[in-house]
Design a binder for this molecule. Structure first.
Ligand SMILES: C[S@@+](CC[C@H](N)C(=O)[O-])C[C@H]1O[C@@H](n2cnc3c(N)ncnc32)[C@H](O)[C@@H]1O
Ligand code: SF4
Length: 355
């Protein structure tokens, strides 16, 4: 079959590949009691490390393309109630875990975790890190929207103990960002990279191809600029158009999505540019420098993927997740929390599991 025919055949929306079975196949019959038993059992199962995921759902402005579990920024008191509930949820789970196990990963995702006052994240890091030991070089990672972060904010993230920042660039082309209702980076990326590198922070950058306003030429320019910046990891997500989940995406449909052939060329040009600048592909959409732990793991048969993304067999753990929509990934079962912020806060405040 010709490449164009293959693309036409498989160019269909499918569930995201982050888990098997995917989250839309999870069912409601898994009770609170089942969850507690599964957590207790996870203490005896491998992988032996602890991996914590904290979901911060709020965003100052919603990007029209967004396929994440994001909600408009709430008033100060709601953010505070939400974060108190997250801390309370963590407090109910920590006593169930084997204190001899070590933290391999702490990951804050969203939404936009960098949009809330940083002391909340600092407090959670302290709660976790004062309860358990860590493996050598644990990953303490956060997804960052650069549109709102000053140099002071970036330095505060370093001081809060983060050692990996995932920067959501999406595109350098300001017209593309404008159509998508997204703020460009407040600081030049060069300045952010310099600041993070000086402080020994690993840098990921996220891009999306397939957005309105992008052309094969314009996206090539974006990727050429990205590789010049030399982040440790580059991720180029294929835009997932799922307007039945996020109605805002209909605005982008109206603005005009690139043709399938063009989207496919954006990807193949990306692969070429990455390769010619020394980046190695990991899976469908990640590119890393050759000395990156993911590439070393790929070569040694130790590459892995959990709900926090690609990782190595050494850094993966049982994933205990907190906050709305967060998915715990234990060896014996997956369990997802409720999507509703008020329901989540109410359940945790009543001492119930928010799943
Ligand atoms: C939770 S966001 C990152 C943190 C922060 N909210 C930001 O936007 O910078 C995770 C990443 O998912 C990607 N993403 C969001 N919606 C997407 C979609 N519909 N299709 C493909 N990738 C998407 C973006 O690249 C984004 O950086
Ligand atoms: S891409 Fe990031 S900032 Fe934009 S709406 Fe989604 S989670 Fe929020």
């Amino acid at each position: 079959m010709k490449v164009d025919d293959l693309i036409a055949k498989y160019n269909l929306p499918t569930p995201r590949y982050t888990s098997y079975p995917p989250a839309n196949y999870f069912h409601e019959r898994f009770t609170e009691e089942d969850f507690r038993k599964t957590i207790a059992a996870s203490n005896q199962l491998s992988p032996e490390h602890l991996s914590f995921y904290i979901h911060i759902p709020f965003c100052p402005q919603l990007c029209y393309y967004c396929g994440c579990n994001s909600y408009p920024m709430e008033k100060k008191n709601v953010v505070e109630a939400y974060m108190n509930a997250v801390k309370a949820e963590i407090r109910t789970v920590l006593p169930l875990l084997d204190k001899k196990r070590k933290i391999a990963q702490i990951h804050y995702g969203g939404g936009t975790p960098t949009a809330i006052p940083l002391h909340f994240l600092k407090e959670i890091n302290e709660m976790l890190l004062s309860t358990f030991g860590c493996i050598d070089k644990p990953e303490i990672a956060i997804e960052c929207h650069p549109g709102y972060l000053t140099a002071k904010h970036w330095l505060e993230l370093v001081e809060a103990g983060f050692n990996r920042c995932s920067i959501g660039v999406q595109d350098f082309n300001e017209t593309v960002l404008k159509i998508a209702n997204r703020r460009p980076s407040l600081l030049p990326l060069e300045e952010i990279i310099e600041l993070l590198r000086t402080n020994d922070i690993s840098i990921n950058m996220d891009f999306i191809y397939g957005l309105p306003g992008q052309t094969v030429e314009s996206f090539s320019q974006t990727i050429s600029r990205a590789v010049e910046l030399k982040p440790d990891r580059l991720v180029t997500f294929s835009y997932a158009h799922v307007p039945w989940i996020n109605k805002n995406q209909l605005i982008l449909e109206k603005a005009g999505l690139p043709k399938t052939e063009d989207k496919s060329k954006m990807y193949s040009h990306t692969v070429e540019t990455m390769g010619s600048h020394g980046y190695v592909p990991i899976g469908l959409d990640h590119f890393v420098l050759p000395n990156d732990s993911l590439n070393i793991a790929l070569r040694n048969g130790m590459l892995h993927r959990n709900f926090q993304g690609y990782c190595t067999r050494e850094t993966t753990g049982q994933v205990y997740a907190f906050g709305v929509t967060a998915i715990s990934q234990l060896s014996a079962a997956y369990s997802q929390n409720t999507r509703s912020i008020p329901q989540y806060i109410a359940a945790v405040n009543q001492g119930l599991s928010p799943s």
